[in-house]
Design a protein around this ligand. Structure first.
Ligand code: PEP
Ligand code: MN
Length: 239
């Protein structure tokens, strides 16, 4: 269990109170990495775009108050220059997997980077993109791919786990939240990913999910996360 990278937190940083409150609850569960978007790449320009610099400030405050490490998405070279040194793990979102200039900029910093797979990227494109980040600390993240069926947000490509493990030296984590888009699928997809050999999970969690400003359909509660963690512990005893 300890060797798994488990990252949890809301889709977006919504307020100082929200992120500190959630950080405290996650820390109590033994979670060491908090996610929360300050810069949100929303498909719809009318949707909540994130708190920007203020969101980063609140994440840092949550870190100071709880000791939890912070994981957040950066979308531009300017944001990387400004914040790379204060974030524990930099997330590069699906929409930026092909943004090679941004990837090259990341190679200048000695920071772990989560590189999310673009919606329709082949394994090869994804692996090649990781090579632009000239460090060995790239953690690949499968977050669901597009296929012909749009009943779910995306489809979790579970095969990516053994493929990445067999063909690269990178770690791979799974984001079941953006893969399925549905909270009832988070537990089965998380457990399946661990059985398939994933090195970790990044899960959207909100303690007041009905009030979440973004992606509330896929958020799980703190209690639901606790159940998943308990099941993972049991699975880890037998695999
Ligand atoms: C996210 O994790 O906040 C996110 C926007 O994910 P993706 O880049 O996979 O869409
Ligand atoms: Mn989200």
């Amino acid at each position: 269990m300890n060797e798994l990278l488990i990252i949890a937190g809301p889709c977006a940083v919504e307020s100082k109170d929200q992120i500190i409150r959630i950080a405290k609850k996650l820390k109590k569960l033994g979670i060491n990495y908090l996610r929360g978007g300050a810069f949100k790449p929303r498909t719809n320009p009318d949707s909540f775009q994130g708190l920007g610099d203020e969101g980063i400030e609140y994440l840092l405050k949550a870190k100071r108050e709880t000791g939890i490490k912070i994981v957040t998405e950066l979308m531009t070279i300017e944001q990387v220059k400004k914040f790379a040194n204060v974030i524990d793990i930099i997330q590069i979102g699906s929409r930026n997997m092909y943004n090679y200039e941004l990837l090259k900029e990341l190679s200048k910093y000695d920071k772990p980077v989560i590189l999310k797979r673009a919606f329709s990227a082949t394994y090869n494109e994804w692996i090649n993109a990781s090579k632009y980040i000239n460090n060995c600390k790239v953690i690949l993240c499968e977050r669901g791919i597009r296929n012909f069926d749009n009943s779910t947000r995306n489809t979790l490509d579970i095969q990516s786990i053994p493929y990445i493990k067999n063909n690269t030296n990178n770690k791979i984590i799974i984001d079941p939240s953006h893969a399925s888009g549905l909270s009832y699928m988070i537990k089965p997809m998380s457990l399946a990913s661990i059985v398939a050999g994933a090195d970790g999970l990044i899960i959207e969690v909100h303690d007041k999910k009905d009030e979440a400003l973004c992606d509330k359909e896929q958020a799980i509660t703190i209690e639901e996360l606790e159940e998943i963690l308990n099941d993972i512990r049991r699975i880890k005893e037998v695999i």
